[in-house]
Design a protein around this ligand. Structure first.
Ligand SMILES: Nc1ncnc2c1ncn2[C@@H]1O[C@H](COP(=O)(O)OP(=O)(O)OP(=O)(O)O)[C@@H](O)[C@H]1O
Length: 638
């Protein structure tokens, strides 16, 4: 459980990543004139933009939580996705071009129909009707196949993108996961994956289709009549500034918006994890206010992105609507001067009408792609976290665990271990004791290969622990903490995950070794009983026994026990004592001792103070030495 008082309220979140907050005094009074309102809107908009820029710059700093990838990385990611599916992409373009092309022939034919009926200059009516029906049917056929291809293309892109994200998350260094914000990581792998998925699956194909339709429609307009196409092209051109401004500002704005969602989740997660502390200290009001504050800043970030969208859509609406009228006016003039006939004017107006829809869709899809690109930046940011290990192919030659000159820092320049040397004999029991914060758990993490030492080495059988493949490492040294997680799945699944391919007999033997076979066999479906969140509820002792059986299956020769039984209630501790003893039997054990009787029974005791081993020897030797350990022992026994 997170102790909310362990940190001051200001470190509950990184204030330098604050998203836009607009002071209330910038809101215009209710009786403000339109001019004053516009001025106030500009002020608030500029302030939000500045904050979005600041948040973006801060999020590019790798020292501040999970990083965010830059535009170059996002482009490279999408390029890679497309490069490996060139043929599917070509099919998508050709089929959609055919569907759009067939659609563009229809206005020309309708124009001809007008010429036939009004001026009697076109093809005979019956023949024209047949051609129109044929073209419409062909368009329907092409559209069907094109849609199918687009959907399959989108789903294929999506599955590859998702696999990439899953692989990235799975290879994250545990240290990075533990020290960074959980709320942010959870937001990225839930909301951002969802947003990226939608933009990859629908946004990319739809944007391509809309763009094709727009380009081909403009081509068809020019072929129909250059004079009649000019008004539409001129008004479209006026909207490019709006699109450019939007494209310049939207990525940062959407990344800022994403960071506000992370912040909401971080506060929520902390509140839930620290619920007992919140309750016992009456902090609920404060936590609710913190949540309100987060929602407020998130609303500000959303208002900024909404303003960007509103300005864009307003400018584009103007650009799409005006050509209808102007084309008709220019058409009337051109007709009177004999530059265009009625059929061309009909076709031109139909083209302008038909263009509004794909243009509108293109802009919506560009917006969707911007949101997706911001999410992709946040997801690719996770990939920028460098792995802390690359497994080599050397396997340990022996089971002796050795730590040499171990130094480690959670924050650069602040070592918490200062050159620890420790050599364990196979089968030995070593207890590590020392005051709180002296570095015992950190030493335990280095000795079990969870973290890589900053300098020095922690090795087993001559091979660095962090250079071992994970499946080998967990059969050599395992860290046992208080966290005994039960995964959703059967009892069997929960145990065999430590060693793939274990048989039911292995599982039963492991359960029997930790004294839990009897109760497992009494469960409704025995080994098949589903346990874990929301399934059959195990007692804390049962959950811990399942975790211990998992370790028996993994069968590491060395165990590092960190607070393995210190915080559990005495009855559960008694139940587990037997299970634990069976697990420890015949293995090398490093016990981070929080109760000195564990130390008393150990072969050797290492006293860690301020990140250094200051005393090392058996209980009797250290008592005779009359140093730090003897003082601790006296204090504990008195
Ligand atoms: N994830 C972390 N990020 C930053 N600092 C940390 C982290 N974990 C531990 N520390 C710091 O490293 C130092 C050593 O901590 P460590 O947990 O190893 O000590 P310990 O002796 O096991 O303490 P305790 O008995 O209270 O568990 C402490 O100053 C602690 O605040």
């Amino acid at each position: 459980m997170t102790d909310l008082l362990a940190t001051s309220p200001d470190t509950w979140r990184d204030r330098t990543l604050d998203p836009p907050v607009v002071p209330p005094e910038l809101a215009p009074p209710t009786d403000a004139s339109w001019g004053e309102r516009w001025h106030a809107f500009r002020q608030r908009h500029d302030l939000r933009r500045q904050r979005a820029e600041d948040v973006y710059s801060a999020s590019r700093n790798p020292d501040r939580g999970w990083p965010v990838a830059g535009n170059k990385e996002v482009l490279a990611f999408f390029k890679d996705l497309f490069r490996t599916r060139r043929r599917a992409f070509a099919a998508l373009v050709v089929l959609n071009a055919l569907a759009a092309g067939a659609g563009l022939v229809v206005p020309r034919l309708l124009g001809e129909l007008v010429n036939t009926t009004v001026e009697g200059t076109g093809r005979p009516l019956g023949q024209l009707a047949l051609v129109i029906v044929g073209v419409v049917l062909a368009q329907a056929g092409f559209t069907f196949v094109a849609q199918r291809t687009s959907t399959l293309f989108g789903q294929d892109l999506l599955s590859t993108a998702r696999e990439f994200i899953v692989r990235t998350i799975l290879r994250l260094p545990l240290g990075a996961v533990e020290s960074a914000s959980t709320g942010d990581l959870v937001t990225r792998v839930t909301r951002d994956v969802g947003t990226m998925s939608r933009s990859v699956q629908y946004g990319v194909p739809m944007a391509i289709i809309s763009l094709l339709t727009v380009v081909m429609s403009i081509g068809a307009m020019l072929l129909n009549s250059v004079v009649l196409a000019v008004p539409a092209l001129l008004t479209f051109a006026t909207s490019t500034w709006a699109v450019r401004t939007y494209l310049r500002r939207a990525p940062k704005a959407y990344i800022t918006e994403g960071s506000t969602y992370s912040r909401i989740n971080t506060t929520l997660t902390e509140t839930v994890e620290g619920a007992r502390t919140v309750e016992s200290l009456g902090l609920s009001g404060k936590r609710v206010r913190a949540g309100d504050d987060d929602i407020d800043v998130s609303a500000q970030a959303e208002r900024y992105t909404m303003s960007l969208r509103n300005i864009l859509f307003a400018a584009l609406n103007f650009a799409f609507q005006t050509p209808r009228v102007i084309t008709l006016l220019v058409g009337a003039y051109a007709y009177s001067r004999g530059w265009a006939d009625l059929g061309q004017i009909t076709a031109a107006v139909l083209y302008v009408e038909a263009l509004a829809d794909p243009l509108d869709r293109l802009i919506s899809e560009i917006d969707r792609l911007q949101v997706g690109a911001a999410s992709t930046s946040r997801l690719l940011g996770i990939a920028e976290v460098r792995p802390d290990r690359t497994a080599g192919d050397r396997l340990p030659d022996g089971i002796d665990l050795v730590g040499e000159d171990l130094r480690f820092a959670y924050r650069e320049g602040h070592d918490v271990l200062h050159g620890v040397d420790l050599r364990l004999a196979p089968g030995e029991r070593l207890a590590i004791v020392g005051p709180s914060g002296s570095g015992k758990s950190t030493l335990g993490r280095l000795l079990s290969g969870i973290n890589r030492p900053r300098t020095g080495s922690a090795s087993v059988g001559g091979v660095e622990l962090v250079d071992l493949p994970l499946e080998v490492l967990r059969t050599e040294v395992a860290l046992v903490t208080q966290e005994h997680h039960v995964f959703i799945g059967s009892v069997r699944d929960n145990i065999v995950l430590a060693r793939e391919g274990s048989t039911d007999d292995d599982v039963r033997a492991a359960l029997s070794a930790v004294g839990s076979l009897l109760w497992v066999e009494r469960l409704p479906q025995g080994l098949d009983t589903m346990i874990g969140s929301g399934r059959f509820a195990l007692t804390p002792a049962q959950a811990q026994q399942v975790a211990l059986a998992r370790l028996i299956i993994a069968d590491p020769h060395t165990l590092v026990l960190d607070e393995a039984t210190s915080l559990i209630d005495p009855r559960t501790a008694r139940t587990l004592e037997g299970s634990m003893n069976n697990l420890l039997e015949g293995r090398t054990v490093v016990a981070i001792a929080h109760r000195l009787h564990t130390a008393h029974d150990a072969d050797r005791i290492a006293v860690v103070i301020d990140g250094r081993i200051v005393e090392l020897g058996s209980h009797d030797e250290l008592i005779r030495l009359d140093g730090q350990y003897a003082a601790l022992w006296r204090a504990w026994t008195s």
